[in-house]
Design a protein around this ligand. Structure first.
Ligand code: ATP
Ligand code: MG
Length: 236
């Protein structure tokens, strides 16, 4: 359930991903955005059948959903949604956003949070331009990518495909209440969060090699992975 102050519009963050598995990089980025943008809640949305990944190689959606639940257990303002798990076919963010806007109705602003690597893939997303008009897009930093170079690196074709968005580059400390509360369709906020150099890919590899993943994922997630023998090398 979303906790809201009566009379105040709802402000909900959405963080989609494969979360195979969820790690502290995801959680820290979400934490910083939650506080800076004075959100009511952030909903983590595991993709059932990620549109851009080989689903054969991804662990089951139920395991990934469970891990997100366990990872967010200590943060009352983080929740997990099974919305993409319940929908047949590939998982497209634009469909999820349309569904959520119908559920929450007027007076709700959705803040769509994604890492810079995901943003740069957006031209391949379904109805990207529509998505940009429905939500406040927040792009967060990630090691290996220059957030302040995103705007200049977009080709004119890409800009057109995204509906000629405007960009605003911000450090967390520069986010005022006024910026946090605005919803400007077509404006992409590039936010310099304290990004951690962690990826799910690296975690899967460490587990396969039998090495430690402590302090890269929450302990609850590490325990779940061990209990269910996720990502371990298959015995032949
Ligand atoms: P993989 O290595 O399997 O691609 P990943 O670590 O990139 O996994 P995803 O589930 O693909 O995780 O990413 C979900 C969202 O979280 C994306 O928007 C991505 O940009 C963002 N993200 C992932 N890792 C980080 C990180 N370390 N810091 C900030 N954002 C991140
Ligand atoms: Mg990724």
């Amino acid at each position: 359930m979303v906790q809201v102050t009566p009379g105040r519009p709802r402000r909900i963050g959405l963080m989609g991903g494969t979360f195979d598995p969820i790690h502290l990089g995801h959680l820290r980025a979400a934490e910083e955005i939650y506080w800076a943008f004075e959100l009511d809640q952030i909903i983590f949305i595991p993709a059932a059948r990620p549109a851009h990944k080989d689903t054969e190689k991804v662990v089951s959606a139920l395991h990934r959903y469970e891990m997100v639940s366990l990872a967010t257990v200590f943060a009352p303002y983080f929740t997990v949604s099974s919305i993409e798990l319940r929908r047949p076919g590939r998982s497209y963010s634009v469909e999820t956003v349309r569904e959520l806007l119908k559920i929450y109705g007027e007076g709700t602003t959705l803040y769509f949070i994604m890492g810079v690597d995901a943003f740069l893939e957006i031209p391949t997303w379904k109805d990207a331009q529509d998505l940009f008009s429905l939500v406040q897009v927040i792009v967060t930093a990630r090691p290996g990518w220059r957030l302040d170079q995103v705007e200049v690196s977009l080709t004119p074709e890409l800009r057109k495909m995204l509906g000629e968005p405007q960009f605003k580059y911000l450090k967390i400390s520069e986010i005022t209440a006024e910026i946090a509360r605005q919803f400007t369709p077509g404006l992409v906020l590039l936010v310099e969060v304290a990004s951690l150099d962690i990826s799910s890919h690296e975690i899967r590899q460490l587990v396969e090699e039998g090495r430690s993943i402590r302090f890269l994922v929450p302990d609850t997630v590490a325990a779940y992975m061990a209990k269910n023998r996720l990502y371990q090398k298959r015995k032949r």
